[in-house]
Design a protein around this ligand. Structure first.
Ligand SMILES: *Cc1c(COP(=O)(O)O)cnc(C)c1O
Length: 502
């Protein structure tokens, strides 16, 4: 069957660019006649900014338009279509009621410049969300503005720097475990600090003996993820935080893995000074492809003066944004922040309540341990059991057959699963990092385990199948380097989708 046939039958295996559809003069929409005097564009717009006709610009009918974008949307892989066990990213199911809440006109149509007296509803939601996050994390206050987890890390580092500077202290180093997420050293560097990694011990945890030696009067902060990116709870966390504080070092908790402990224990009680939340992970906002998200950042009492502005305050029942905070690090985000993510997080937290929130963590941990014990015979975990909400397998049983972690990940696509995170953390050879999340059923976990077992069989019997995978997608193995280094991001007349001139 030709491509054309496929298209006519409605199969979405191929879809041309919209530039290759349509015919001259065809329209999807006819605007009603203009009822205000037409002004010549040249009078309003500088001539050099007026675009000439574009050669080959698409002219399509409404049905062509609708089919084009509907077909493209069907190529999309998401949590609503399949299991998505992307380690560290917490791709869990997002209840649709949160979308309805975020779409309520009072929130979605609210203008960011509206008078605060007319924005009492959203300010109330922000204040209450802040209180929920304080209660969940054990911190004193939470800044809601940061636009992503990574920006929350940076906000925390800026506050820590302001705290030290306020004491006339010129500390410069930040210590991170070698398993840490790439955003940790990046935030450290953006803040003007020097990132320094410490090796994980045999357990995959922070080695307190090594840490003790590295701490000193020059260390501004320690940045830890708990549970860490190997899916392991830092058992010595109380001791670690005590050692750091004794050295005058503050400790940031990368809270991206909060869904493993939420409602069970609190980073504030563990002694952390700051934490960033990733509400799009823990509190359910559909995310991926770079957005949308937020990075609310909690602080202990000591750091409250440094919070970014504005904060939400209440006087005599009236809510307002406070900009007058003498020690603030300033603004980190325009207007109110990513309000849609806040509304979803608030709706999710209230819908679950404290009991439900606790069950999130319990189910996340049980699901991960169930899957790990099903897989460990064929895919050895680097650090044994039990794990928290995710686990990391290595490639030691694949390598002898010349099969790589990438081959396994690509083959999983043929079995209908989104591949897990691969080659991270860097300290595990050929890492395959699986986070099943709390929202999956046992049947889904079983079918995923079966797929990975079948792939392990294939690796022994017919590794070539894996090298060539995926077989069932529209395009097979892509040149990932070229895709990353030389992406073709815009259509140019005469250039075919593959990048070659027609
Ligand atoms: C996702 C993640 C981050 C970064 O969060 P973003 O919201 O994507 O900026 C940081 N640390 C860890 C461990 C993460 O999983």
């Amino acid at each position: 069957m030709t491509d054309m046939h496929n298209r006519e039958l409605g199969l979405q295996m191929d879809e041309p660019l919209i530039f290759n559809r349509g015919a001259p003069g065809r329209r999807a929409f006819i605007p009603s006649p203009c009822d205000v005097p037409e002004v010549e564009a040249e009078k309003l717009i500088p001539p050099d900014l007026i675009r000439e006709d574009v050669d080959g610009f698409p002219e399509v009918s409404q049905v062509e338009l609708v089919r084009h974008f509907t077909r493209l949307s069907q190529w999309n892989m998401g949590i609503d279509t399949a299991f998505y066990p992307l380690g560290s990213c917490t791709m869990k199911y997002n209840p649709k009621v949160n979308e309805e809440a975020a779409a309520l006109h009072g929130f979605s149509e609210l203008h960011p410049c509206v008078d605060q007296r007319d924005a009492q509803g959203i300010l109330r939601l922000m204040l209450e969300l802040e209180r929920c996050l304080c209660e969940i994390s054990g911190m004193s206050r939470v800044a809601l503005q940061p636009a992503a987890g990574a920006q929350g890390e940076l906000t925390a580092m800026l506050m820590i720097r302001a705290y030290h500077a306020g004491r006339g202290d010129t500390r410069r180093r930040v210590i991170l475990p070698d398993s840490s997420h790439g955003t940790n050293p990046a935030s450290t560097a953006l803040c003007g600090y020097e990132a320094e990694t410490i090796p994980s011990d045999r357990r995959g945890l922070v080695d307190t003996a090594v840490l003790r030696k590295r701490l000193g009067p020059d260390v501004a902060a320690l940045m830890l993820t708990n549970p860490n990116t190997l899916g392991l709870f830092e058992r010595d966390i109380l001791e670690i935080n005590r050692l750091a504080h004794e050295a005058g070092t503050l400790v940031h908790c990368d809270g991206a893995n909060l869904n493993a402990i939420v409602g069970v224990c609190r980073p504030g009680d563990m002694g952390f000074d700051t934490i960033q939340f990733n509400p799009h992970k823990t509190f359910s906002t559909p995310h991926g492809g770079g957005g949308p998200g937020a990075g609310p950042t909690g602080v202990s009492e000591t750091l409250v003066p440094y919070l970014p502005v504005p904060t939400v305050e209440m006087d005599d029942g009236q809510l307002r944004l406070e900009y007058n905070r003498p020690h603030t690090i300033g603004r980190v985000r325009s207007f109110y922040g990513n309000v849609g993510v806040m509304v979803r997080a608030y709706a999710y937290i209230l819908a679950l309540g404290s009991e439900g929130i606790r069950r999130v963590a319990e189910a996340a941990v049980i699901n991960a341990n169930y899957l790990l014990q099903r897989l460990e015979a064929k895919y050895p975990p680097k650090y044994g059991r039990p794990c928290m909400h995710e686990f990391v397998l290595d490639d030691s049983k694949l390598a002898p057959f010349g099969v790589s972690t990438l081959d396994v990940a690509k083959r999983l696509i043929d079995y209908g699963f989104h591949p897990p995170t691969i080659y991270f953390p860097l300290i595990v050879s050929g890492a395959l990092m699986v986070e099943p999340t709390e929202t999956e059923t046992r049947e889904t976990l079983d079918s995923f385990a079966k797929a990975l077992e079948a792939i392990a069989q294939e690796a022994q019997k017919d590794p070539e199948i894996l090298h060539q995978a995926p077989h069932l997608t529209r395009l097979s193995r892509l040149d990932e380097t070229r895709a990353a280094r030389k992406p073709i991001l815009r259509w140019t007349p005469g250039l075919s989708p593959s990048g070659n001139d027609k």
